[in-house]
Design a protein around this ligand. Structure first.
Ligand SMILES: [Mg+2]
Ligand SMILES: [Zn+2]
Length: 227
C-alpha cells in the first residue's frame, strides 16, 4: 500500500505556526535556542521544552493568533484526491495538538478530518503558562520531541511505499526513512545534499497532479512488481 505522511508547519500551513507563536508570545531568547537546534547541537525535544518555557500566553490568546493562520489552498483537494486513490494520509508533526486541531477544524471538512490521523506533541495550560508534553519517549537517537521516522516506521507495513511531504529541517529524519519525499525550502536542499529520492514541490496542487499523473501509476506498478 502507498501511504502519505505530511508535515504540518510550513507544509499544511503557509507559515511555521510554532515560530509564529514563539515570535508573538515568547521571550526573544527563543531564537538562540532555535539556532542551537538548527546547528544540530540539541534535538527538538530540548529545543521545544526550553522554548515553550519562555512562552507567556493563555489558551485564548493563542487561539486568537491562530485565526490569522492560512493553510495551503490545495490541501483539502489533496485529501480528497488521496482518498479517491485509497491512499491513507497522516500528519506527523513536531508541533502541538491544540494548535494543529484548531487550524484544521477551521479549514478542512469534518468528513476529511475523520480520516486524517495527527501524530504530534501536546500542550497543556496552567493560566498563562503552557507546558509541552512530548509524544515520543525521548529515546530516539536524534533527540526528537516527536520522532517522525519512528511514527512512520510504526505504521509502515511490509511492502508499503512511503511518501512524505515536508519543508524544513525538522523533516530531515523523515525524509531519510521515506521511499520518496516531496520537498520544498530547507528540506529540498537537504534532500539534494544527501542524494535522497525526492521531488520538488511548491504546494499541494503539485502533489495532486503527481497522484493523477503517470508517475503515480509507475510507482504503483513498480511497487506491485516488487511485492
Ligand atoms: Mg515544517
Ligand atoms: Zn528522532
Amino acid at each position: 500500500m502507498i501511504r502519505f505522511f505530511v508535515d504540518f508547519d510550513g507544509t499544511v500551513t503557509t507559515e511555521d505556526v510554532v515560530d509564529l507563536v514563539l515570535d508573538r508570545f515568547a521571550a526573544a531568547e527563543w531564537k538562540s535556542v532555535e539556532k542551537e537546534w538548527a546547528e544540530g547541537k540539541i534535538g527538538s525535544r530540548e529545543c521545544l521544552s526550553r522554548q515553550v518555557a519562555l512562552v507567556r500566553a493563555g489558551r485564548e490568546d493563542m487561539e486568537k493568533l491562530l485565526s490569522e493562520v492560512r493553510i495551503d489552498p490545495y490541501f483539502q483537494e489533496f485529501l480528497r484526491t488521496a482518498s479517491a486513490f485509497a491512499i491513507p494520509v497522516a500528519i506527523v508533526s513536531d508541533g502541538f495538538d491544540k494548535v494543529i486541531h484548531e487550524i484544521l477544524r477551521r479549514s478542512v471538512a469534518p468528513l476529511l478530518l475523520e480520516k486524517l490521523p495527527v501524530f504530534c506533541n501536546r500542550l497543556e495550560w496552567n493560566g498563562e503558562r503552557p507546558t509541552a508534553l512530548f509524544a515520543g519517549d525521548g529515546t530516539c537517537a536524534h533527540g526528537c520531541a516527536n520522532c517522525k521516522p519512528a511514527v512512520i516506521d510504526s505504521l509502515r507495513k511490509p511492502g508499503d511505499f512511503v511518501l512524505f511531504a515536508g519543508d524544513g529541517l525538522s523533516d530531515r529524519f523523515a525524509a531519510e526513512t521515506a521511499d520518496l519525499t516531496f520537498a520544498k525550502d530547507k528540506l529540498l536542499g537537504f534532500c539534494r545534499e544527501r542524494g535522497l529520492r525526492h521531488t520538488e514541490y511548491k504546494n499541494f496542487n503539485d502533489l495532486i497532479r503527481w497522484m493523477r499523473s503517470g508517475d503515480f501509476s509507475l510507482v504503483q506498478a513498480g511497487h506491485a512488481a516488487r511485492v
